[in-house]
Design a protein around this ligand. Structure first.
Ligand code: SF4
Length: 404
């Protein structure tokens, strides 16, 4: 079960949108299944990705979920709607993502009609260009393709990944024809620093994927970094755009829109920032594909009321959303506490209802988390400006995701 199914099962307040079909208030009250009818032939709008020659749909298919290796209806329906950009990673679907995308590439029958982006993660202490190259070769074999349109260094936290040796690696891979464009994904609170540095390199980084949602908007340092990347011609893909939390608290807050579901409004908020070239979004079933595609296609904009309600959600649930600014809660400490990593695992488990994936991600940090003393976690909580319950979070993670 994914995040949306999880919510749909527990919440009885679905609102509907109606660009092409009128949906009555009575239907909303009765909470009938929502459908977003999109006229045949209508496609998701496209944008040029930075200064690359990639024309990307503004909605990109996130491929973290398990796909049907025989015939994946979601991928095909999304493709019909113009979503021909697939974003995967070596670690997605517990390492099976590439192999399950390969049949889809064959079914489309023309590799050039697809934009395939993939990612490889390495920790900062052990990363080398050679290891990345080895993993890219494996990725190409698994995907049964000769090249990636975009290769991202995945979950980059450290500025070391912008050193010459890695930038040179990207250039070498481009020259060899293994990748067309090169970049990195940034999930943590220092994304703005990495983006700013990348914008000043004078080339080498073509695309950056970064965490950006209604919760991050208005952050001055991030806005400056986005502007700098735009100025440098770096393509910008937003991820984690729903700003989800590992708690149901958000679902109890007011959402009155009759134009958009809350999910659609969150996507719209990001698309309305013209600096963003695309959103990579995981879509668990055909209905999610339609819900997202509809939001991408409709020319309707968010109203002030909808924007204010999103703002209210962000403010009211700030104490449940770890922003990844670990320099604040870890201030004065010699070790890294992995708060955001633990929080993200709990998001997968409790927010998305996907304990299997949460455990898969948690196992790498578990040895460190187990050793952290309670007093450190309490100090960190006291230093967190948003008062995240760090001891409670770690305790839940140990219970739910620990060795079992
Ligand atoms: S716990 Fe608080 S200070 Fe630490 S990373 Fe999360 S939001 Fe930032």
């Amino acid at each position: 079960m994914n995040r949306r199914d999880f919510i749909e099962k527990t919440i009885k307040t679905v609102t509907t949108a109606s660009l092409f079909v009128n949906t009555s208030t009575a239907e909303q009250i009765e909470n009938k299944p929502t459908s977003w009818k999109i006229p045949p032939g209508t496609k998701v709008p496209t944008k040029r990705l930075g200064k690359t020659d990639i024309i990307t749909p503004i909605l990109i298919m996130g491929c973290c979920q398990n796909l049907d290796p025989v015939y994946d209806r979601r991928l095909h329906r999304a493709y019909e709607l113009g979503v021909n950009h697939l974003d995967t990673a070596q670690m997605y679907a517990e390492g099976q993502s590439h192999k399950t995308i390969a049949p889809f590439i064959k079914q489309i029958g023309d590799r050039k009609k697809l934009i395939i982006a993939s990612k490889v993660h390495q920790t900062e202490n052990n990363a080398t260009p050679e290891k990345f190259i080895e993993n890219i070769n494996t990725s190409l074999e698994e995907l049964e393709t000769d090249y990636l349109d975009i290769f991202y260094m995945h979950i980059v936290k450290h500025e070391r990944f912008l050193d010459k040796e890695f930038i040179d690696m990207g250039e070498k891979l481009k020259k060899e024809g293994k990748i067309r464009y090169f970049g990195f994904s940034a999930h943590h609170g220092n994304a703005h620093e990495l983006m700013m540095k990348a914008s000043k390199l004078g080339g080498g980084i073509d695309v950056i994927m970064f965490k950006y949602s209604f919760r991050e908007m208005g952050k001055d340092n991030l806005n400056k970094a986005i502007d700098a990347c735009k100025e440098a011609g770096i393509g910008l893909v937003a991820i984690k755009t729903l700003g989800s939390i590992p708690d149901d608290g958000e679902e109890l807050l007011l959402w009155t829109s009759r134009n958009f579901t809350k999910i659609q409004a969150k996507l719209k908020a990001v698309w309305e920032d013209e600096r963003i070239d695309g959103i990579a979004s995981q879509m668990g079933n055909i209905q999610h594909v339609h819900e997202n595609a509809y939001a991408a296609i409709t020319p309707m904009k968010l109203t002030e009321l909808e924007k204010n309600e999103l703002k209210n959600i962000a403010e009211s649930t700030q104490h449940l959303y770890c922003a990844g600014c670990n320099h604040l809660c870890e201030s004065g400490m010699s070790e890294h506490l992995y708060v955001q990593d633990v929080w993200r695992c709990m998001l997968y488990a409790k927010g998305y209802g996907d304990e299997r994936w949460a455990r898969y991600c948690y196992k790498d940090i578990e040895p460190y988390v187990e050793k952290l003393p309670l007093n450190k976690l309490q100090t960190a909580m006291n230093q967190c400006p948003y008062h995240i319950d760090i001891p409670g979070l770690f305790n839940s993670a140990k219970k739910i995701l620990g060795k079992y």
